[in-house]
Design a protein around this ligand. Structure first.
Ligand SMILES: *Cc1c(COP(=O)(O)O)cnc(C)c1O
Length: 372
């Protein structure tokens, strides 16, 4: 049995909450979604939460809300899950790839500044693998250009002593099982702006003037109208029921992941291997634990194969969109740091059932694989 790279923490409480939602007879977007929105927004320090079907659809809604369209540029890291750049393309706009910091893997004020153009309509900053990006510094160089935060991986991370999401113009979150808390599929947009939240609720639900839940609650006497062309990006109450239980687990999950990451750091240090860590401006939830391969190490495929042979299910590091066929021929400037991280890093197993022995085995297999 291989050591998996990630494992969602799901228990009887989630099963019971889902069963209760089913028994209630209300399975579409309803009271549980509303409760999850409120609880999640509170936890990340935002005024409003708008639940959606995924982080990807949440990012699309954020850009659509800001009026991003054909002819516009949006600055985005190539070093991210491909959904970040794809959301820009959904709007018919042009992703402008900016390079990242070698230690955090995130956009910085300098790399964003270098990528701004006269056509820049928005900047999308990713808190990559849970490591907080320095949003205030980036907003300072972006000026009037709005900054959208791809916080897919960042629930439970902190920035300048506050939760990531606190003070964000717009932040999009993911509840895919590869993240710290899950609803199967699912996402959330958070913002402090009440008018934006209202428009986002309409945009996720076909542009309806009255939500289906409110119309039902009113006894069906209200006739809705469709005030703009929009989307069906709703979350279900079955998912939200799970989300509410998962949210209660978040602090414990973060604490345990940080302890496991500290053990990895202790085991890796004697071998001179450098791994993701807290930046000066915040703390990470260690959504992914990535390690840079030394110069002398074999190629990434060989390293992953060697780890697999020892029963360790590692992954290539964070991907780079511009290296994928979908972005072939897409113009971009030099992305040296992005390419180094994408091609020369590995993600090690990190989940709640990982034992001391597992961690020792993972590190010994890695040290052997890199030829140390
Ligand atoms: C996982 C992830 C997404 C996509 O989230 P979904 O909820 O699966 O749509 C977007 N951006 C980043 C950085 C991610 O890690």
């Amino acid at each position: 049995m291989a050591i998996p790279v990630m494992k969602p923490l799901l228990g009887e409480a989630e099963a019971a909450a889902v069963a209760e939602a089913v028994r209630s007879g209300w399975v579409a977007q309803g009271p549980r979604v509303a409760a999850f929105e409120k609880a999640f927004a509170e936890r990340v320090g935002a005024g409003h939460g708008v639940a959606v079907s995924s982080c990807t659809t949440g990012l699309h809604l954020c850009l659509h809300l800001l009026g991003v369209g054909p002819g516009d540029d949006v600055v985005v890291p190539s070093l991210s899950f491909i959904a970040s750049a794809n959301a820009v393309r959904y709007c018919g706009a042009n992703p402008v790839f900016a390079d990242v910091d070698p230690v955090t893997g995130n956009l910085t004020a300098e790399t964003v500044k270098a990528a701004l153009t006269e056509r820049t309509k928005a900047v999308m900053v990713v808190h990559q693998a849970g490591v907080p990006a320095d949003i205030p510094a980036i907003r300072a160089v972006a000026g009037e250009v709005p900054v959208v935060e791809d916080a897919a991986c960042a629930a439970g991370s902190t920035l300048h002593g506050r939760p990531v999401g606190s003070g964000a113009l717009l932040a999009a979150w993911s509840f895919h099982p590869r993240k710290l808390i899950t609803t199967g599929e699912g996402g959330m947009v958070t913002t402090d702006d009440a008018e934006w939240a209202t428009r986002l609720r309409r945009l996720r639900e076909h542009g309806m003037s009255v939500s289906a839940a409110d119309r039902h609650a009113s006894g069906g006497a209200v006739v809705e109208s469709y005030v703009e062309t929009a989307f069906n990006y709703r979350m279900t109450d079955v998912q939200a029921a799970m989300g509410l239980v998962q949210l209660d687990r978040l602090d414990g999950i973060v604490k345990q992941r940080r302890e496991l990451a500290a053990s990895y750091h202790d085991l890796l240090a004697p071998h001179g291997l450098s791994a993701v860590t807290d930046p000066a401006h915040g703390t990470t939830n260690f959504q992914s634990f990535w390690v840079m391969l030394p110069e002398s190490a074999p190629g990434l495929p060989e390293v992953l194969a060697a780890l697999a042979a020892r029963g360790v299910s590692a992954r290539r590091g964070i991907m780079a969109a511009h290296l994928e066929p979908a972005y072939e021929g897409h113009p971009h400037g030099p992305l040296a740091v992005t390419e180094r991280i994408a091609l020369r890093s590995v993600i090690l197993p990190l989940h709640h059932e990982l034992t001391d022995d597992d961690q020792r085995l993972v590190v010994s297999a890695l040290v052997e694989a890199v030829g140390g």
